[in-house]
Design a protein. Structure first.
Length: 212
């Protein structure tokens, strides 16, 4: 997990976050609804929305899990929270699939880096969701999340898109990625390995320098 979190954080702060400036420029040049034209840094607000959504879901999941431990002697959250969290992560994975072509660039090496980083990310999310929801995730959740990546890519291939749509989707995804990495992928003090964290960070940083 330390290796994974180091690589993921490097990707976020060296690739996704710097792109927010470009997304904002796209939004400023586009024809937005009047109520949005008066909002400054509208794509950054989309990033905050992505971060806030997954933070809220995480809080609901933790509170439900704690309640079930006290009241029902269960170690996982309720089924309603499971459905909510899987639905949110299905949307999250669909965005990753939808943005594959746009975020990974034009060269084979770009795709390889995108594949490595989000493979790390999927592994970490899979571990956290499995530990949280146990057999519910094993029986159905993981298959829904696996299919949702392909569905997102398929939607991109079969429907028209625009730079503005890509900008807002990418900004929203960036917020979700930042929250999930900081909240779930960074191991606690007892289980972390700083050398592994630095190794993952340096590995992805070097790969990104080859394409940026």
């Amino acid at each position: 997990m330390s290796l994974v979190s180091g690589g993921s954080i490097a990707y976020v702060f060296l690739h996704l976050v710097p792109e927010l400036t470009h997304y904002q420029e796209v939004a400023e040049e586009a024809s937005l609804p009047k109520w949005m034209e008066n909002i400054d840094y509208v794509t950054y607000i989309a990033t905050l929305a992505g971060l806030s959504l997954f933070y809220a879901i995480n809080q609901l999941s933790e509170k439900s899990q704690e309640h079930n431990k006290r009241q029902k002697n269960m170690t996982r959250p309720s089924k309603d929270i499971f459905i909510l969290e899987i639905s949110a992560f299905a949307m999250y994975n669909m965005l990753i699939g939808y943005l594959l072509v746009e975020l990974s660039g034009d060269h084979a090496l770009d795709y390889i880096i995108y594949f490595i980083v989000f493979s790390f990310h999927f592994i970490a999310n899979n571990r956290i969701l499995h530990l949280t929801h146990e057999d519910l995730y094993t029986k159905t959740g993981r298959y829904i999340l696996a299919a949702s990546v392909f569905i997102g890519w398929l939607i991109y291939q079969l429907t028209p898109t625009s730079d503005l749509v890509i900008a807002f989707f990418s900004a929203f995804l960036t917020g979700g990625v930042v929250l999930n990495i900081l909240n779930d992928e960074l191991p606690d003090e007892k289980n972390n390995s700083f050398p592994s964290f630095i190794l993952g960070l340096i590995f992805i940083t070097v790969l990104l320098q080859l394409i940026l």
